[in-house]
Design a binder for this molecule. Structure first.
Ligand SMILES: Nc1ncnc2c1ncn2[C@@H]1O[C@H](COP(=O)(O)OP(=O)(O)OP(=O)(O)O)[C@@H](O)[C@H]1O
Ligand SMILES: [Mg+2]
Length: 651
């Protein structure tokens, strides 16, 4: 963590913010009676909105973006179906578009008072998939909502419109277009009679906000040990010290501080909900079904308006689901699966987010987080009959797969349909973060590299994964699949650093290839770009590129024809083409360049055998790695050493 240098201006600037903050808090709080409140409602009919609606509108209000065919992720990953993303969650949650869409859809239906307004939203997913983080973020939305109005002194901060007697509610609905739900809580009813002589126009009304830490509008129910489970946690209790002062059925003895009381008008969260005994959860049923919760003691039921969010993992869910006596609860649950992220690019962003939050300031060599992300995604994928694990991982990440000179046509939809419930098992984000910490602790140079993270992951898998099949599957990914994959990434990178003006060379190979392929296909001549001289298509040159990706014999003709028409079609559509435009050709050009420096790479990276000229070339390459690719001296040294030990072996 770096701190700015302190000066008087820094401090006085901050003090200015402190003053502004205090000013903003000074704003006069509303205080009035029914008449004043009705005037407010006249201006804004949304003021008495119920909890689901308030939350929904807050989230939607931050902005909605629709990913359509113009977005590459939409095309490749969502089969071209449109996907809505919500700005309130963006930058915080990655690769989670589908679950988020379902959560917001739930809130939407509930806001419209559909059946969902009487249901529990259950987030179901494996450990570390972001369920708690998601619930926290949703609770955070409440804190940003406009203040609510409530009966002054009401322990459950109830809606002031509850004052309006039943007999006037039809007229109220006609006048304001608002249907009043719910009746006064026992405490306010008692006060209305005792303190205001039953005159509901005199009952004071105040303004109040939401606060997670202040337990205002947010009630949390942690999983309870069966022995200490006590419904008072949910619905409050009778205050024994007051039992001497008042008769037993006097509402003044009530302490309405249970989760459903606190979370009234906001959110009640059940953490690991099915760890609780079923009896304990019955309050949840009444809260959803009847929109009211029992009151402690002998009082009437208390109206409840709130969003009930629960989360748990799959094992607990399956156990709970199997019990047929639990049907009543099951029927009142809307389940949203929150699987692990299965997109490598997005998984990397999760790690970046988590690292960004810590005081972490070590060097992270290029591809380090990607290697970790590839590992976690591989571990989460279910095997496919159509492709190998690595290919599936790449397709899920929207990458093009080139095989035998062709773009492999595998529909992501087919792969998804092949399996059920993918992403509900595998390596968790926490496992990866621990491996990153361990790699760092082992490092003497305050850095992590793809090499050290892989070692750390291997160690952690051996230590922590007990299931032998799972352990060997994970080790195979780390020791074989990712070892090779990383080497091929590294070889390309070092080649790029070696070849001066890599991009230009690639581009020039591309242009030459196109010129010659076109001439070959059309049986015309090639015009030299500089001298304008005409010449025959150079078949030897064409083949030297095609061979890089295993295209031989008559396949060459097809390849040349395909590329020519592909590029021509692109140009006709006014698109720009370059050497990266067509996957197979890009790969061929890359390998051609890699091959062109393979010998020199081998010699030069072996430190003992460098002559002066080679040393110069080596230094330039290292400098490029540092200046252009984000390595530092130590990490460049480490990856080069790794490359020279594992690539370009003297055969
Ligand atoms: N898809 C994701 N996008 C962004 N962050 C994520 C994602 N998945 C996990 N995380 C992060 O990983 C961390 C662990 O997630 P969290 O604690 O919310 O998991 P959980 O599902 O509640 O797990 P558990 O079942 O163990 O309680 C959090 O900091 C969260 O922000
Ligand atoms: Mg959690």
């Amino acid at each position: 963590m770096k701190y700015g240098s302190f000066s008087m201006t820094t401090t006085s600037k901050f003090l200015e913010s402190v003053r502004e903050h205090r000013e903003s808090k000074k704003r006069e709080k509303f205080s009035g009676v029914l008449e004043d409140y009705l005037k407010l409602i006249e201006e804004d009919r949304n003021i008495p909105a119920l909890a689901h609606k308030r939350l929904y509108e807050k989230i939607i209000g931050e902005g909605v973006t629709v990913l359509d065919e113009t977005d590459p992720r939409c095309n490749k990953l969502f089969n071209g179906e449109t996907v809505k993303t919500y700005d309130y969650f963006s930058g915080q949650f990655f690769g989670m578009e589908r679950p988020l869409e379902k959560v917001v859809r739930f809130l939407h239906s509930a806001a419209m008072k559909g059946e969902e307004s009487r249901q529990v939203l259950l987030l179901l997913g494996p450990v570390g998939a972001g369920k708690s983080a998601l619930v926290e973020h949703i609770k955070g939305a409440l804190e940003q909502c406009d203040p609510i109005y409530a009966l002054d002194g009401c322990p459950i901060r109830e809606e002031p419109l509850h004052l309006i007697p039943r007999s006037l509610r039809d007229e109220f609905a006609e006048t304001y277009g608002i249907k009043i739900e719910g009746d006064l809580c026992p405490v306010c009813r008692h006060r209305l009679l005792e303190e205001y002589g039953g005159d509901f126009t005199k009952f004071p009304i105040t303004e109040s906000s939401f606060s997670v830490r202040g337990r205002k509008g947010v009630g949390v129910v942690p999983p309870m040990d069966p022995n200490t489970q006590d419904t008072s946690l949910l619905i409050g209790s009778e205050d024994i010290s007051k039992l001497d002062l008042y008769p037993e059925d006097d509402p003044r003895v009530l302490s309405l501080n249970g989760a459903f009381n606190v979370g009234n008008r906001g959110i009640v969260e059940f953490v690991e909900v099915f760890k609780n005994e079923i009896e304990f959860l019955h309050t949840m049923i009444t809260a959803t079904q009847e929109k009211s919760v029992p009151s402690p003691g002998k009082q009437a039921m208390i109206y409840f308006d709130g969003v009930i969010l629960a989360h748990c993992n799959e094992a607990e869910w399956n156990k709970f689901k199997a019990e047929h006596t639990n049907e009543a609860i099951l029927d009142r649950i809307v389940r949203v699966n929150v699987p692990y992220c299965l997109e490598v690019d997005q998984e990397v962003r999760i790690y970046e987010k988590l690292i960004g939050r810590s005081d972490f300031d070590s060097h992270i060599a290029p591809h380090t987080l990607r290697v970790a992300a590839m590992f976690s995604v591989l571990s989460r994928l279910k095997p496919s009959n159509k492709v190998d694990a690595l290919t599936k991982m790449k397709i899920y990440n929207g990458e093009e797969i080139v095989e035998k000179g062709l773009i492999k046509k595998v529909d992501i939809k087919d792969l998804r349909e092949e399996v059920e419930d993918e992403g509900m098992t595998g390596i968790s984000t926490r496992f990866i973060m621990k491996a990153i910490d361990a790699a760092l602790a082992d490092s003497t140079k305050n850095m992590i590299t793809p090499i050290s993270i892989r070692e750390s992951l291997i160690k952690q898998v051996k230590e922590q994964i007990v299931n032998p099949d799972e352990r060997s599957r994970c080790l195979a990914f780390l020791q074989k699949v990712l070892h090779e994959e990383y080497l091929s990434i590294l070889e390309k990178e070092i080649t790029k650093a070696f070849v001066t003006a890599y991009e230009e060379q690639a581009e020039s190979l591309f242009n030459n290839y196109l010129d010659h392929a076109e001439a070959y296909v059309n049986s015309t001549k090639v015009k030299d770009r500089v001298t304008n001289e005409e010449m025959e298509a150079d078949e030897k040159f064409l083949s030297s590129i095609e061979e890089q990706i295993g295209i031989k014999g008559s396949a060459k003709n097809n390849f040349r024809a395909d590329i020519t028409s592909y590029m021509f079609a692109k140009l006709r559509r006014g698109e720009v083409i370059d050497w990266r435009s067509y996957g197979p050709l890009r790969e061929a050009i890359e390998s051609k360049l890699v091959a062109s420096v393979r010998d020199i790479s081998r010699i030069v990276t072996k430190s003992k055998s460098r002559d002066v000229k080679q040393q110069k070339k080596f230094n330039a390459m290292v400098q490029t790695l540092i200046d252009d690719y984000g390595y530092n001296e130590d990490s460049a040294e480490e990856v080069i050493k790794f490359a020279s030990n594992n690539l370009w072996r003297d055969s």
